[in-house]
Write a protein that binds this ligand. Structure first.
Ligand SMILES: [Fe+2]
Length: 271
């Protein structure tokens, strides 16, 4: 069974001096998330970062991010969100071959596929230069279709920053994945896709699309309040930060857990 952890919407931010302050909220939150992840009795095989990793898309932010993730002994696969600069992100994580090889052309989409303990992880790029919403045009969809066609027998997780289903919080739906019908049509051709995992929403949600299930991930930093009434505005809430852990068997059974960040220990054994 593959265990794939998902950290999302880290929003590491440099200050006016161009440096990322160690005492800043996103840094402390990321350290806590990494510590929580490492305290799990079953260590994940890989970690995927589903975008909005840096708040300003600055090289200094990605350098700091890379350093803060260095306690993780497993492979870490970064993806771009609407706050990210994909070339700066790619440059900081070029020790990962799949990341490095995705960017032979400048500003090429940050999209690649990797194998994790017998399960395939396909990282898509839904970002649109200079805009907050998501979209996958014909070229990116053709890449996804070809990539999925390469390994039809392998259970597969497809990852996106923007979720391809509506969330209900208008602030998020106003910067949604525009016209995901092409995306869902590609997935419909590839029944080995057992889960679509996304970020962007800053809270856990589950949706259905075509023949599969989509999930969104809490932010390691700030959570959005579940307010379905306010047009164009959203509120940050004090709900616990967290991350997701996806379990996928080689037969294709998929289970997603959402874990609040914190120093939780078993309290007592139950028989
Ligand atoms: Fe986002």
């Amino acid at each position: 069974m593959a265990i794939i952890a998902q950290l999302s919407d880290i929003h590491l931010a440099a200050g006016r001096d161009g440096e990322v302050d160690d005492a800043s909220g996103p840094v402390r939150a990321l350290r806590a998330a990494v510590s929580s992840l490492l305290s799990l009795p079953a260590r994940p095989d890989a970690v995927v970062l589903t975008g909005d990793l840096a708040d300003g898309g600055l090289p200094a932010e990605y350098a700091r991010l890379h350093a803060l993730l260095s306690p993780l002994p497993m492979a870490v696969y970064p993806m771009a969100g609407n706050h990210d600069d994909r070339d700066a992100l790619r440059a900081a994580f070029n020790d990962e071959p799949a990341v490095r090889e995705s960017g032979i052309e400048p500003q090429a989409p940050l999209q690649y596929a990797v194998d994790v303990a017998g399960v395939r992880l396909v990282c898509c790029d839904t970002t649109v230069e200079g805009r907050p919403h998501g979209h996958m045009g014909e070229e990116r969809l053709a890449w996804l279709d070809a990539t999925l066609s390469n390994a039809p027998g392998m259970p597969t997780i497809v990852a996106t920053h923007h979720p391809p289903f509506p969330i209900g919080i208008r602030f998020i739906d106003d910067m949604r994945f525009i016209d995901p019908t092409g995306f869902t049509a590609v997935l419909a051709q590839h029944p080995q896709v057992v889960r679509v995992i996304s970020g962007h929403v800053h809270r856990a949600a589950v949706g259905s699309l075509g023949g599969t299930v989509g999930t969104t991930c809490p932010s390691t930093y700030r959570q959005l309040f579940l307010d379905l009434t306010r047009p164009g505005r959203a509120a940050v809430t004090g709900e616990p930060a967290g991350f997701a852990v996806h379990l996928v068997t080689t037969e294709g059974a998929a289970t997603t857990h959402f874990i609040p960040t914190g120093n939780y220990r078993p309290l007592m054994d139950v028989e």
